[in-house]
Design a protein around this ligand. Structure first.
Ligand SMILES: Nc1nc2c(ncn2[C@@H]2O[C@H](COP(=O)(O)OP(=O)(O)OP(=O)(O)O)[C@@H](O)[C@H]2O)c(=O)[nH]1
Ligand SMILES: [Mg+2]
Length: 456
């Protein structure tokens, strides 16, 4: 497929052999977070179809600003690359253009930093036109930041497109070319987003509760979507399996719910990706409630780091909906661990989407959430308003109808956003609803958002 790298020539697929290098704080002793950090980069490698062969770790407070690794460690890296016949050196961090140049100089292998590795995973998993374009846009945006340097390192991303230039003038041309492509991509992505927005507007108008699934990559969002609805979204044990949003409906106690599954998050998620996927992530910002799916089988410390990561990304994309934390994969926990986790997160739900555990409780929780978000109304429709009555029956819950000489009296529960539309049919002033925001169902994760809102 790719003639330059020979990645897929006929039946044999050459998997790059990679050495991971990193600067980790701490005076020579590994700290607990280090393991997770390094195992995550290995998960990313696996998800990018690359093989891990060795680590080179330097313990110091911060990386060398010009070379990343110190002199001695750089020599180690060179040796380890040769010993293991590695073809790529992968940095756990992001590297500046100068740092990339130093490592490329010292080591006889290609160099990838963290953002480039994540972008590689995304580009491998993109299969829709929109997803492919979004990833390509993020790649070009990242490339552009690289071209701000001395022009020493360029175009290690643009598959097959040689934009490598020896001099400043060439680089200016390159920059212009890249900017132009960025513009074109943005326009086309925006066009596609518009189509989806129209479809979404239709859903919003029907007043059906919207539930978004968000969370760290590989936590089981797609598995949960499939378990709740008849969706058949691909589920795999690798990072960033899902890039495109999928929405499906399920019915519970006479009410329809729309559930949307979308791209997962990771720590230090490249902001170019967040920008490029903005229209995809809109699904999350428009939901009535966000279920934050977390992997219960991880260490409590890692759970906390991921929870913060997810909350930060949700804040960043402007998602202000209430959040309910849902711990998944509880089938992998023993009783003791589960009890401790429940004590740590008393507001959370505990499920195993893959083993059909806790799903009824989760549905009931959603039911309660939307019951409270629904307002009780009492309306009188003149018989001439048949169309409005028909519409109301489609969106209201707990409807009872009474035929009178003046028209039909409806008692029902309506989404708050819909109640205004029917104000002119209202029979009695609404009972003030103190449960409006379903505040007691909201988890701590939504606190930062509310504070941010207060400041504004
Ligand atoms: N043991 C166990 N494994 C699960 C459960 N739910 C999901 N998994 C596994 O976790 C892995 C990831 O599941 P996905 O549903 O693809 O996760 P995701 O959050 O959609 O991941 P991305 O799309 O990559 O962000 C798969 O291997 C699933 O089989 C569960 O309840 N128990
Ligand atoms: Mg998924």
């Amino acid at each position: 497929m790719d003639t330059e790298t020979g990645q897929e020539t006929g039946a044999t697929v050459v998997r790059p052999r990679s050495v991971v290098f990193a600067v980790v704080p701490g005076g020579g002793r590994a700290d607990p977070g280090e393991d997770e950090q390094l195992s995550e980069i290995k998960e990313l490698l696996r998800s990018a179809d690359m093989d891990w062969v060795a680590d080179v770790i330097q313990h110091r407070d911060s990386p060398n600003p010009r070379t990343y690794l110190g002199k001695g460690k750089m020599a180690d890296l060179k040796e380890v690359v040769v010993e293991n016949k590695a073809t790529v050196a992968v940095c756990e961090d992001d590297l500046s253009p100068a740092q990339v140049a130093s490592v490329l100089d010292a080591v006889d292998a290609d160099v990838l930093d963290r953002t480039e590795l994540i972008l590689t995973v995304f580009s491998k998993h993109a299969d829709s036109l929109e997803g492919t374009m979004q990833v390509h846009l993020a790649q070009l945006e990242y490339e552009l930041t690289r071209m701000r340097g001395k022009g020493l390192v360029m175009s290690r991303l643009g598959a097959g497109v040689d934009m490598r230039g020896p001099g400043e003038t060439k680089m200016e041309v390159d920059r212009r070319v890249v900017r132009k492509r960025i513009q074109t991509l943005r326009k086309r992505i925006e066009q596609m987003a518009r189509t989806r927005r129209t479809q979404r507007a239709k859903r919003l108008r029907t007043g059906v509760p919207l539930v978004a699934l968000a969370g760290y990559t590989n936590s089981g969002k797609s598995t949960l979507l499939n378990a709740l609805t008849d969706a058949q979204v691909s589920v795999r044990d690798r990072l960033f399996e899902t890039l495109d949003p999928t929405s499906r409906t399920f019915r519970y106690h006479d009410r329809d719910y729309v559930v949307t599954d979308t791209v997962g998050f990771i720590r230090k998620l490249p902001h170019q990706l967040v920008d490029a996927f903005a229209s995809t992530l809109e699904e999350t910002t428009l939901a009535d409630v966000v279920l934050v799916i977390a992997d219960a089988s991880l260490d409590p410390a890692e759970i906390a780091v991921r929870e913060k990561t997810v909350a930060d990304v949700l804040d960043m994309i402007g998602s202000t909906a209430p959040r309910i934390v849902v711990f998944n994969k509880i089938d992998r926990l023993d009783e003791g661990k589960l009890t401790r986790l429940r004590a740590l997160y008393p507001e959370a739900e505990f499920i195993a989407a893959g083993a059909d555990l806790g799903l009824d409780e989760l549905r009931a929780r959603l039911g309660r959430f939307f019951d409270r978000a629904l307002r009780p109304v009492r309306l009188l429709f003149p018989y001439t308003e048949a169309a409005e009555m028909h519409r109301l029956r489609g969106i209201a819950s707990d409807v009872s109808e009474e035929h009178t000489p003046d028209g039909v009296i409806f008692e029902a529960r309506l989404p708050a956003a819909e109640a205004g539309r029917y104000a002119r049919f209202r029979l009695e002033p609404e009972v003030p609803d103190e449960d409006d925001e379903a505040g007691d169902l909201v988890d701590d994760a939504s606190e930062p958002t509310r504070e941010a809102g207060d400041d504004a």
